[in-house]
Design a protein around this ligand. Sequence first.
Ligand SMILES: Cc1cc2nc3c(=O)[nH]c(=O)nc-3n(C[C@H](O)[C@H](O)[C@H](O)COP(=O)(O)OP(=O)(O)OC[C@H]3O[C@@H](n4cnc5c(N)ncnc54)[C@H](O)[C@@H]3O)c2cc1C
Length: 398
Amino acid sequence: MMAAGRSAELGAKVLLAEKTSQLGAKLLMTGGGRCNITNKASFKEFIAAFGKNGKFLYRALHVFSNQDLVDFFSARGLNMRADPDGKIFPANDSAESVLKVLRKYLEDNNVQVRHNTAVQKIICHESKVTGVQTADGRILAGGKVIIATGGLSYPKTGSAGDGYKLARDCGHTIIPLRPGLIPLESDEEFIPVLPGLTLKHILISIVIDGKIKASAQGDILFTHFGVSGPTVLILSRMAVDALDLGQKVELALHLLPEYNNHDFEKYLQEELDSRGSKTFANYVKDILPDSLAPVFVRRCAIPPEKKCSIITREERKIIARCFTDFRINITSPRPIAEATVTRGGITIKEIDPQTMESKKVKGLYFCGEMIDLDGLTGGYNLQEAFSTGYLAGMKAAE
Ligand SMILES: Cc1cc2nc3c(=O)[nH]c(=O)nc-3n(C[C@H](O)[C@H](O)[C@H](O)COP(=O)(O)OP(=O)(O)OC[C@H]3O[C@@H](n4cnc5c(N)ncnc54)[C@H](O)[C@@H]3O)c2cc1C
């Protein structure tokens, strides 16, 4: 929508072919319907949020930055607000109103929108694009074609990975597709009893083949299959790659991160001494949520009825380890259909970052999630789609 609108605004005659009956179905799901549209992060932080491929976005983010995106919507009557953590949302918390502005942008610039029109083939002549063929066999002629078919997740929204095939048929290389920002499955016996539990402000580390690879403070949400929540989604990138390589993946939770491991044993000794005749199970209940407490007691393998005052030094060590390094075995990511973004996609090596034009076919442009770019949670992925869309639209019109 951004690419089409920008091209038309610059004077091009634009037709937008949309496979489904509705534009922006995925956009409506973003941020739980509130649409975390971008982030207050600096230019440098934006580039870093996309990992090793981030530098590809220099030009696109320069031409259409997070501030430009906020201004784009404000100028059209939709104000934005930033949360303390930097995430930017429409002030009315409505993804629907974001879509409304984009539809009006298309309408105001006379973009012809054709719904229920799936593009099946890109037509080229001597390495130059001449149009597209739709699923019903019609040819739509055009000197420039911008492909913006999204990733592979939530296929009911229309983003079912069609663009990868279209690009491959034009000679493009597709970096293997993997789930990004994805919840993780676990086979721990306690998973079925914890759904709905959220532990807030804990320290979550990812442990691969026994070694801590990264840690982040945040919340963890237990689900019927394993774990989720923004911090887990961010750490999922390493988990997916390690699982692909057949490595052992665990999450290690520090349940009381306000204490470092050294202070913790001292703190624990004082705590247990002060509880005297209280049972170990009741002490744990005072500290942890109801559903987690019995799980924790079982993990410690200390009799629940044992009095705090007679817990041994060895047992104290076990309890301290369970509080500071509570392991959760990870077996797999959730299926890619449930991913927030698709990792992999059209290799950035075959796209000109100054224009978003294909280096293989003249007049063919790519933008959005279908490119081998995926950012952190926090509005980065929508900004990437808007910035690359804006640049592709501008350059195609020129
Ligand atoms: C549940 C969920 C929540 C998210 N929340 C956020 C968030 O808060 N902030 C954020 O930054 N990101 C979020 N994302 C990620 C973000 O939604 C995507 O990265 C972004 O929508 C990608 O935009 P896009 O234009 O590239 O593709 P899409 O938004 O997927 O749009 C692709 C369009 O192409 C159409 N299409 C597909 N194939 C064809 C074809 N062959 N012919 C014609 N049309 C076709 C589709 O129907 C669709 O309309 C979320 C994703 C999910 C799944």
